[in-house]
Design a binder for this molecule. Structure first.
Ligand SMILES: Cc1ncc(COP(=O)(O)O)c(C=O)c1O
Length: 435
């Protein structure tokens, strides 16, 4: 007999009615309410949420200012297609975004999800260059729609059975310092990646036929992989030399996550096109493809569009989110708490030899688990065991990386020093329990 729906019975019910990507994910916590950095389940337990809904609720769950802005807009109207109408939340948001985006990013196409923002970026790049080729990176994740899945290569299960993909996509190695096959000496990891791009130019598609290089400034699903500081500047130079557009997918790295508003500002590199989403409206569905107006205005009317994109409630929430980030000085908090968490994680690494690498930028932090004594063999089971132990102790993190071997921590930017210390103590106890 089929189970009957009850909130306490979520896992059984979910396995009957939700497709396995939802029903077999982890930890399927039956959340009843959320506030700040905490989630509360139906049985009254409190969890420190170091996932932030996968880098979305950057200013914390239920921030009163964001809620008030969304509520006030809802009282006026909740939908009206952009184009048929215009509305103030969207127009004000374009101004507010322009003030915080990397220089020159001043024209917008609004969508609802990260994948849509990536689709827009790919279509724009091909449209304005008239070239077919796209270079993306191994280990990338850009979303689940066809265009976005075509440039994704973090796991074959995200691609299996979906061929043929959008043609014209080539993958170069992403500079992964911990796993560089050329060794650890200076410049090796950058050379590995740039040689890969050169090989694509020499053997597969000349640079004159490449529309764009698409990159996550820090790889997300790939394992919170931070490239060397000279990687993005090198991509900028290659793009300038060959008239190729540089697309930065800042869906996960955006809105303060890395300690600056965008990772492009951390690495001090100018993109031509950006895809932004997730933290943009603190949980309300909104995204944008952004470019310089000289590029964007070549996109003729009707060449791209949407029904829901730029929803007025989401735009109002986004405006409030931007204000909260500024008023509460959350970039500074992100940097300070990120430094402390990283330092604590480095201390843990000295005590637990199953931690192969610890890395982080702002509040985008990772612990890569390996089999001790072997040559950096990734240990997804250990990562999962540690995450489960953390969960039992009231801390939720998430996994990343090809084998799920990376424990990633994505705390909200409002996280406090006490919460950081609490999370480190929980990680310590959880690692000890997994010995
Ligand atoms: C870097 C990056 N790009 C794109 C996406 C896709 O975003 P969405 O799930 O909102 O479509 C994600 C989602 O995790 C992401 O991390």
């Amino acid at each position: 007999m089929k189970p009957k729906y009850e909130f306490a019975n979520t896992v059984d019910w979910a396995s009957q009615v939700l497709m396995p990507s939802f029903a077999e994910d982890w930890p399927l916590l039956p959340v009843e309410r959320a506030e700040g950095a905490y989630l509360y389940t139906a049985d009254g337990k409190r969890y420190l949420d170091f996932t932030s809904g996968i880098a979305v609720t950057n200013v914390g769950h239920g921030h009163p200012k964001v809620l008030a802005a969304a509520h006030a807009q809802m009282e006026k109207f909740s939908h009206s297609a952009v184009g048929i109408t215009l509305h103030e939340p969207l127009l004000r948001l374009t101004q507010a975004l322009t003030e915080v985006m990397p220089a020159g990013m001043d024209m917008f196409f609004f969508g609802n999800s990260g994948a849509e923002a990536v689709e827009g970026a790919l279509k724009l790049a091909r449209y304005v260059t008239g070239r077919p080729g796209i270079i993306a990176f191994e280990g990338s994740f850009h979303g689940r729609t066809y265009g976005a899945a075509s440039v994704t290569s973090v796991k074959s299960k995200y691609r299996n059975h979906y061929e043929p993909f959008v043609p014209g996509v080539y993958f170069a190695p992403f500079p992964y310092p911990y796993r560089c096959p050329l060794g650890a000496e200076d410049g090796a990891v950058l050379r590995w990646s740039l040689d890969g791009i050169q090989k694509i130019f020499d053997r597969m598609i000349p640079p004159s036929q490449v529309a764009a290089i698409l990159v996550e400034p820090v790889q997300g699903e790939g394992g919170y992989v931070i490239p060397p500081a000279d990687f993005l500047p090198a991509l900028r130079r290659i793009c300038d030399e060959h008239g190729i557009l540089l697309i930065m997918d800042e869906v996960q790295t955006g809105f303060g996550r890395t300690g600056e508003m965008f990772a492009a500002q951390v690495f001090n590199v100018r993109p031509d096109i950006m895809a932004i989403a997730k933290g943009i409206a603190n949980g309300f569905p909104l995204s944008a493809t952004v470019a310089n107006h000289s590029l964007m205005q070549q996109w003729a009317a009707g060449a791209h569009g949407t029904t829901y994109g730029g929803n007025p409630i989401a735009c109002a929430a986004s405006l409030a989110t931007l204000e909260v980030i500024r008023e509460e000085n959350l970039l500074a908090n992100c940097r300070a708490m990120g430094i402390r968490l990283l330092e604590g994680m480095h201390q843990l690494k000295t005590r637990y030899d199953c931690i192969g690498d610890v890395r982080g930028l702002g509040l985008m932090l990772a612990m890569e688990m390996i089999v001790p004594g072997q040559d950096k063999t990734p240990d997804g089971q250990k990562a999962f065991a540690v995450l489960n132990q953390c969960l039992q102790r009231g801390l939720i993190g998430y996994m990343a990386g090809l084998q799920g071997q990376v424990v990633r921590l994505i705390p909200p930017l409002i996280v406090t020093r006490d919460q950081v210390e609490e999370s480190l103590a929980i990680m310590d106890a959880s690692l000890a329990a997994c010995l």
